[in-house]
Design a protein around this ligand. Sequence first.
Ligand SMILES: *[C@@H]1O[C@H](CO)[C@@H](O)[C@H](O)[C@H]1NC(C)=O
Ligand SMILES: *[C@@H]1O[C@H](CO)[C@@H](O)[C@H](O)[C@H]1NC(C)=O
Ligand SMILES: *[C@@H]1O[C@H](CO)[C@@H](O)[C@H](O)[C@H]1NC(C)=O
Ligand SMILES: *[C@@H]1O[C@H](CO)[C@@H](O)[C@H](O)[C@H]1NC(C)=O
Ligand SMILES: *[C@@H]1O[C@H](CO)[C@@H](O)[C@H](O)[C@H]1NC(C)=O
Ligand SMILES: *[C@@H]1O[C@H](CO)[C@@H](O)[C@H](O)[C@H]1NC(C)=O
Ligand SMILES: *[C@@H]1O[C@H](CO)[C@@H](O)[C@H](O)[C@H]1NC(C)=O
Ligand SMILES: *[C@@H]1O[C@H](CO)[C@@H](O)[C@H](O)[C@H]1NC(C)=O
Ligand SMILES: *[C@@H]1O[C@H](CO)[C@@H](O)[C@H](O)[C@H]1NC(C)=O
Length: 484
Amino acid sequence: MASRCPISRLSICLAVVTFTLLTTAAQSKLLLNGTDCTIHEPLYNLTFDFKALSSDLNHHVTSEENDERFFFNVCDNDQSAKDNRTEPRAYLVRRDTKITLGYEAHLQLDNGRMQFSFLGEPCGNGSHYTLDIILLCSYERTPAALRVIPHTPDQCRYFIFWDTALACQPLPTALVANRCTVRDGTNRHLYNLLPLGSANHEVSLPDGSRFVVSVCKPVRYGHLTMCPPGVGVCLVNGTNYQDYGQAVPDPKIDASGRLVMEMRSKSGSCQNSLIVFECAKEEGIETGPIYRGRKDNCTHEFVWRTSLACRDTRPCSVSNPITGTQYDLSLLANRTYTLTSRDNRTYEVGVCRIPASSLCPLDAGACEVTAKQSVGLGVVSDELQYETTGAPYLLYRSGAVCDATSGRRWETRLEFICETDPVEGGRTGTVVPPIVVENSECNLVVHFETVLVCEPALMACGAYNESTIDQYVDLSPLMDSARN
Ligand SMILES: *[C@@H]1O[C@H](CO)[C@@H](O)[C@H](O)[C@H]1NC(C)=O
Ligand SMILES: *[C@@H]1O[C@H](CO)[C@@H](O)[C@H](O)[C@H]1NC(C)=O
Ligand SMILES: *[C@@H]1O[C@H](CO)[C@@H](O)[C@H](O)[C@H]1NC(C)=O
Ligand SMILES: *[C@@H]1O[C@H](CO)[C@@H](O)[C@H](O)[C@H]1NC(C)=O
Ligand SMILES: *[C@@H]1O[C@H](CO)[C@@H](O)[C@H](O)[C@H]1NC(C)=O
Ligand SMILES: *[C@@H]1O[C@H](CO)[C@@H](O)[C@H](O)[C@H]1NC(C)=O
Ligand SMILES: *[C@@H]1O[C@H](CO)[C@@H](O)[C@H](O)[C@H]1NC(C)=O
Ligand SMILES: *[C@@H]1O[C@H](CO)[C@@H](O)[C@H](O)[C@H]1NC(C)=O
Ligand SMILES: *[C@@H]1O[C@H](CO)[C@@H](O)[C@H](O)[C@H]1NC(C)=O
């Protein structure tokens, strides 16, 4: 597992970690206890059920910082273990010492933050070890691994972050598998905004209220973000959360050719939102939404400058909208890759362009080859796209009919994964031979490992601010100034 703090920068990372042990001034706090591993959320009458987080084995995670290993289990309904209290349900191994962090997880909803808290053995000066496992809503199918954040200076209080869909409100069906794309009618360019959908964005207003905005997926429920289900724009004013527009599955091109999302409020109060996406060519410029005020009585306008809104993208390339890095896979194009799947079928695939000499039917970017014939599994495309999970991919759609009853056709998805281990050739685009990871249900999925999709210097470094602990505090700017 890659460390967020590169070793060489560890000292800087640690030096700037700050813990503000403030508790936010009690502004009509919503604090509730869970029962039986579920929380009933009163604002929207929802139930969050965490029973699926139980594990037969303990969960474990190692701190990046000083090799402290944490073991815990939650929602374990083995009652006899509960009554006996001989084995801690959460403990820490520091060097060779086992420290008890708690016997029983206490589930709480604290102003939208959901957490399991453990209270452990004494930790000097009258305090006790504590472990808070904070559950963060994530819509990703494969959420990030558990993360331990640096402890408080006395090394008594620990936090673990756990991304899980169980901490989310139910997704409206239209937003479950949406691609968040639209094709421009004039030059057929495909815009894909899905990469912008991986997080909530905050826009502060002068009177202390703020908008929480999310595109492609609804605003994630969380600490001080108890927004109504399905909203894309939420106005948070004190403890008041208002629907300023429901999230939509895809952007659209409006009458004047702009790339926009129109979000209409379900509350009926005439508070709708319009987000206009503008092309930002400069690399790495990711502003997030900027509030432009009211456009008419009913519409609040935001502008969002991003490279994903640019029209003239180069073939077989895509920019990472967060870092601005341009991934160019041309070096892999115009070749035929011959692959064998685990069930001994033979495929030919090409990246962006496939040579005419391949056995695939005309137009196909991938095909299955047998002694007698070849079957096209999708039309070749050089529109490299970028997934929220960080993997650029190519999608070849409309292959041969795969299911005669439904008329469903084959699709091929080539996923490109960063591999920095030196393969012969270095940055020449040499790849480890691609592998077929799926060839069923009308989908061929192939993984390519290549250095061409690695960030040149992926040196994320973060800390959490305890008073706003659910928000990742990005310390990269501090690192830069520390280096100068
Ligand atoms: C929640 O649980 C804590 C600890 O068990 C207890 O002190 C507190 O009174 C409970 N709060 C409510 C609202 O039940
Ligand atoms: C809350 O939800 C439950 C189950 O979905 C339902 O039975 C109940 O009537 C709802 N309560 C309110 C106040 O809407
Ligand atoms: C506690 O554990 C012991 C031995 O593991 C077992 O014999 C006993 O029945 C347990 N007690 C309860 C209340 O489950
Ligand atoms: C306990 O308190 C003393 C005096 O306030 C302080 O010097 C010491 O560092 C504390 N120890 C811990 C483990 O916090
Ligand atoms: C937030 O609430 C305050 C007090 O109710 C009100 O004056 C203010 O206009 C609200 N802000 C917004 C942006 O609605
Ligand atoms: C906005 O609201 C005002 C007062 O409610 C009304 O006079 C005006 O016609 C409205 N404008 C539009 C564009 O709807
Ligand atoms: C693809 O490769 C073939 C043969 O290697 C070459 O003739 C052709 O020009 C190449 N096409 C492109 C678009 O690079
Ligand atoms: C695949 O083919 C190889 C060689 O032709 C053969 O040894 C192997 O048993 C086959 N495997 C399967 C799963 O059919
Ligand atoms: C932590 O949050 C508090 C309150 O929002 C803020 O005053 C402080 O500057 C934050 N600290 C860091 C390191 O971001």
